[in-house]
Design a protein around this ligand. Sequence first.
Ligand code: B12
Ligand code: SF4
Length: 506
Amino acid sequence: MMRPASMNKVLLFNPRATRYKARIPNSILQIAASIDGKYAYAIVDGNLEEDPWQALVHYLETGDFRYFALSVMPGPQLKQAIPFSKRAKELFPGLTIIWGGYFASNQPEVVLQSGNVNYIVYGPGDKTFPELLHHIENGLPVQSINNLIYVNGGKIVKTTKDELYDQDELPALPYEKLNSFYPLKNYLGKTYLGRKTIAYHSSIGCPFKCAFCGIVPIYNARWKGKSALNIYKDIKYLKENFGGDAIEFHDNNFFVSEKRTVEFSRLIAGENMIWWGEGRIDTIDKYDDHAIAAMREAGCRMIFFGAETGNDAMLKKMDKGGTQSGEQIRRFAARMAKFDIIPEYSFVLGTPADTESEVNRQIDEDITFIREIKSINPATEIIIYVYSPVPTEGSALFKQVKEQGFHFPQKLEDWISPHWENFDLRKNPLTPWLKPYMIDKIRNFETVLNGYYPTVSDIKLSSFHKKTMHVLASIRYKQQWYRFPYEIKALQKFWLKYRQPEVEGF
Ligand code: B12
Ligand code: SF4
């Protein structure tokens, strides 16, 4: 029997990822767009709710909601996604619970085995989600729907992966609707880039296959972007209606197409907006000088790059696409200085090797390389991650990871135990080849480096703060004494509450 339309509402939930810096929740907003006008829905944003569970229960108790849909990336979002799905299932057994996003897509078995999640949408949900609701509403079998993972007869079924959709054809994001649940101005935060920073996502996937990256198993080297004109129109709308004055592009790889970047630069140039995005060194290094100059002119102030390591053999193993090299990373840091664009270089330390001494040697070499980059272009921002495996089946790196005895948690709840949370945050990855003294070395170097070169993106740091920290850390940095940097840590924690862009974003 069909339910009355008033009882098939959808509750969309963005579990808390951050306490202080709520961004426009693009994942859940894009899913809302896919059903806008077809199903009634409510949005609960864990980033803006003191007690999100209460907010969810408030909706669920009405009896109007048949679907509870969550977007889940690894890390802190699991702390709400896991227990809330469990509780919702217990209290409202008729509810259909659907998970999407990077964690759900990369770890489907453990999610479904929990028994608390009915369906996983892996990869883009733009077509899958409305189709799934339509099929359930009409009692139709779901196996013909692409991008879906579910349990049938005790077995996990994974349906065909769909093509990537033309991003210009997707429905407009329902900003007004979001604004009716949470004032949109609360999402436009003060950052290094501007007073009201817009988070915008202009493309899906990535054309590369780096062996350590969680994008690869889902998108398999595919990428599609919105046209420059459509990006510009959306930004203009957010500027004119909500006062946005800066943009952080949340794309995995914003700069794939030089043509699109230049077109966008030309369009946005007159808007007086500062912007930031993520790109690849080897891609932008191929850009013409005029293109880079146009980007800078148009407000591109800083770009995030996965430099990863200066070691060419390791870059090869990481499958960085074949063209990035240590030499290029150095040269490119200097090229960015010429255009006055700050390169934000991220490094991945602690990758596996055959012997303990090799792992350790590689860390030392990476530290030396980072120092070299800083001497070439001191404005380079350095972000250090400790390598955490992602299941990129078929890559040599993941094979080595498994051979060395690493495995993911077997139960969904285990993902929220404190040490796995650290794994997700790439702080302490529990990888068997990385010994505690190595983690200490990486963290201590990072502390001294961040003391000597405080990040420009921290708007809470005054120039007095920066200078004091710089002076305090200078002997250590110059002499390369990284051990026990308690005085710097104390200052960062107690005095300045030093923030790490790798965890919180800007
Ligand atoms: C914004 C963001 C954050 C923000 C969170 C937002 C905020 N402050 O409010 C911050 C900075 C806090 C953050 C932190 C982390 N993040 Co993050 N983050 C992103 C980012 C850049 C954008 C997410 C987004 O809005 N995408 C736009 C939407 C439209 O795309 P989407 O999420 O893929 O959604 C589509 C599908 O996935 C699917 N879908 C998604 N959700 C749902 C839900 C349902 C119900 C359905 C049906 C479908 C569906 O349909 C959508 C439309 O097609 C992504 C990279 C990216 N480009 O996606 C990384 C990303 C998700 N983060 C990642 C990681 C690892 C983290 C961290 C865990 C670690 C780290 N150090 O970065 C931390 C965790 C810390 C924390 N506090 O949670 C990885 C995940 C990779 C993996 N291994 O699985 C990504 C992919 C970045 C990367 N390249 O490594 N992150
Ligand atoms: S270029 Fe970046 S987003 Fe693309 S596969 Fe490599 S690490 Fe992932």
